[in-house]
Design a protein around this ligand. Structure first.
Ligand SMILES: Nc1ncnc2c1ncn2[C@@H]1O[C@H](COP(=O)(O)OP(=O)(O)OP(=O)(O)O)[C@@H](O)[C@H]1O
Length: 285
């Protein structure tokens, strides 16, 4: 499957992080991390366990404040902007461990995504009456319907999340993130724990989100096959630092990336992918 989009001349990055440093006590989770996310791209952050991927995601979405460095989104410095405001600006995300309300239905969970856009100011709320409010409610319903249709979860809209298989729960989480109408969708291990069929479904949804909704995707993922197939740009972290970045081909050929994975349990995955790549290249020759 060759899905990586050809790269034209570089546009201004939609998201740009520079020199991000974050420490937990004596542990430096991030040290001078910098990279850009091009609009319309699928960008993946990879790295062995403990490399700093989740810390990076939490810093970009505003849950952690970096000791140093900056985060720019749509040209604006958002380093000191609180997480909910970043979400309202268009940074939507899902979580590594599903963070749905398990006792609630699929539809109610998706509706929660809209809370990122709710009016919080009492004066706004007072003046925000009548027609405008009804129109927004209708618009929201349209969006929810589109999302449900798009992710093929119509048949489970009234099911309780707790009763759903894992792969469908991950899809509902993606639906909730989309309900925030993000410009960048940040997916934290979107296919972790999924079987092959669920993984292929999710890969298709990620590609379609970009193609049909124009959403830029930034993901953390351990599944090398999926990362290499889907991504335009791959950023490799190890011990809190960017050790390589570039196209999947560039990153796969990087000796430092291979060394980093040799010391980790993920090496089998990377090797399998590299072997698969070599086999298909021979087949094509
Ligand atoms: N809340 C925390 N308190 C203390 N140390 C933390 C905390 N979160 C992360 N760390 C440490 O920071 C480093 C980076 O962890 P992080 O979870 O960001 O890595 P990761 O690449 O996401 O790992 P994994 O692939 O296992 O999810 C690790 O050494 C980890 O132990």
């Amino acid at each position: 499957m060759e899905t990586n989009q050809p790269r034209g001349p570089a546009a201004a990055p939609l998201l740009q992080v520079d020199g991000l440093t974050l420490a937990f006590g004596g542990v430096k989770a991030l040290s001078g991390v910098g990279f850009g996310v091009q609009p319309g791209s699928i960008t993946a952050v990879i790295g062995p366990n403990g490399a700093g991927k989740t810390s990076l995601f939490n810093t970009i979405s505003g849950f952690y404040r970096p000791a140093q460095g900056s985060i720019r989104f749509k040209g604006q410095d958002i380093t000191r902007i609180p997480a909910p405001q970043r979400a309202r600006m268009g940074l939507g995300r899902s979580f590594q461990n599903i963070a749905l309300f398990r006792g609630m239905t699929v539809l109610d969970n998706i509706k929660l995504g809209r809370h990122a856009h709710l009016q919080t100011n009492v004066f706004d709320a007072l003046f925000y009456l009548g027609r405008a409010r009804r129109e927004e409610a209708e618009l929201r319903r349209d969006i929810e319907e589109r999302i449900i249709d798009f992710l093929e979860i119509d048949h489970i809209r009234h099911a309780s999340v707790a009763a759903l298989p894992y792969g469908l729960q991950k899809r509902v989480e993606m639906a909730r993130a989309l309900a925030m109408q993000p410009q960048i969708l940040m997916l934290d291990e979107p296919v972790a724990g999924m079987n092959r069929e669920e993984t292929e479904d999710m890969a298709r949804f990620i590609l379609d989100v970009r193609a049909e909704w124009g959403v830029t995707v930034l993901m953390v993922e351990h599944d090398m096959g999926m990362v290499m197939d889907l991504s335009d740009h791959v950023v490799v972290l190890n011990f809190g630092q960017v050790i390589a970045q570039g196209t999947p081909a560039v990153v796969q050929a990087d000796p430092e990336v291979n060394r980093a994975y040799l010391g980790s349990g993920d090496v089998g995955d990377l090797r399998r992918k590299l072997q698969a790549g070599a086999t298909s290249a021979q087949g094509a020759a």
